[in-house]
Write a protein that binds this ligand. Structure first.
Ligand code: MG
Ligand code: MG
Length: 286
């Protein structure tokens, strides 16, 4: 989703139609002038978080903060303002929890949370919530961001467990709206979603619940433009969990940077293994 959406990030739906017709292929370009198949911060921060989880055997704020800091030092192709500001603060304070801020409601914590959903699969909800906040608060310490992140973690896990999308909508997406009505996503079609986590979630939910395949879902969400690499990344997590690997168009897997593809596959497998080891330990008789 990141590689597909990066081409049209910051374009409006009209600009996309004008320049690309419907954007359906991983072609690179965009404001970052990416080579086809390259990914942006959404994917590279996720991979950094996943590596930190595997290295420390769990999800800890400190190791996530160090991993993000190392990621920033390696000069990523792009970086969000909130991420940059709070990582610079972390370098000074060594406190891996950014101060709570009502202004830090961007989508930067949500875009990179997939490793949390995988590493906590089958574990108690409280464990997943604590892990989600630990990674999120390194850069985004905000109630709306937390609510979005936790909803996404549970949705990915429910879908991996084979639960029906309608049920997941009622239990997770509708529940998010009950708790935080600002997320109501069924009112009007979302175009040009900003980096505000509420816009992001509304666009992703419309695309995810309004389509019936991995390909349709991702094409729908990125053609809304705006923060399209990030809506693509998040929709990709949900659609991947719902439809499975076989549903990913072969032409996209072929176009994706081979190293990124292999890193994602290896890391996902290792994180799920970590989760099942942890679940075994938790239930093993002593
Ligand atoms: Mg990005
Ligand atoms: Mg983005």
């Amino acid at each position: 989703g990141d590689a597909l959406g990066a081409t049209v990030e910051f374009l409006t739906p009209n600009e996309i139609r004008h320049q690309h017709g419907e954007h359906r292929d991983i072609t690179g370009g965009g404001w970052l002038r990416l080579k086809a198949g390259k990914v942006t911060d959404d994917t590279t921060m996720s991979l950094a978080l996943g590596e930190a989880i595997l290295a420390s055997g769990g999800i800890e704020a400190k190791s996530a903060a160090d991993a993000f800091d190392a990621w920033m030092r390696a000069k990523p192709v792009d970086i969000g303002n909130t991420v940059r500001r709070n990582l610079i603060t972390y370098r000074k304070t060594r406190n891996p929890e950014a101060p709570a801020s009502e202004h830090d409601a961007g989508n930067g914590a949500a875009m990179r949370l997939l490793p949390v959903a995988l590493a906590c699969y089958g574990r108690p909800a409280a464990t997943a919530i604590a892990a989600s906040r630990a990674q999120a608060h390194v850069t985004h310490h905000n109630e709306l961001s937390d609510a979005a992140c936790e909803t996404l973690v549970f949705m990915v896990q429910d879908l991996m467990a084979g639960r029906d999308a309608g049920e997941v909508q009622r239990e997770r997406a509708d529940n998010l709206v009950r708790r935080y009505p600002v997320f109501a996503w069924n009112k009007k079609p979302i175009g040009n979603p900003s980096g505000y986590v509420v816009d992001t979630m509304q666009a992703v939910f419309q695309a995810f619940f309004g389509t019936n395949s991995f390909e349709e879902c991702l094409i729908d969400v990125v053609n809304r433009g705006g923060d399209a690499d990030t809506t693509g990344a998040i929709a990709g997590m949900l659609a991947g969990a719902r439809y499975g690997r076989e549903a990913i168009p072969k032409r996209w897997l072929k176009a994706l940077d081979a190293q990124v593809l292999s890193q994602c596959e290896k890391q996902a497998a290792a994180l799920i293994e970590l989760a099942s080891d942890a679940a075994d330990t938790a239930t093993a008789p002593t």
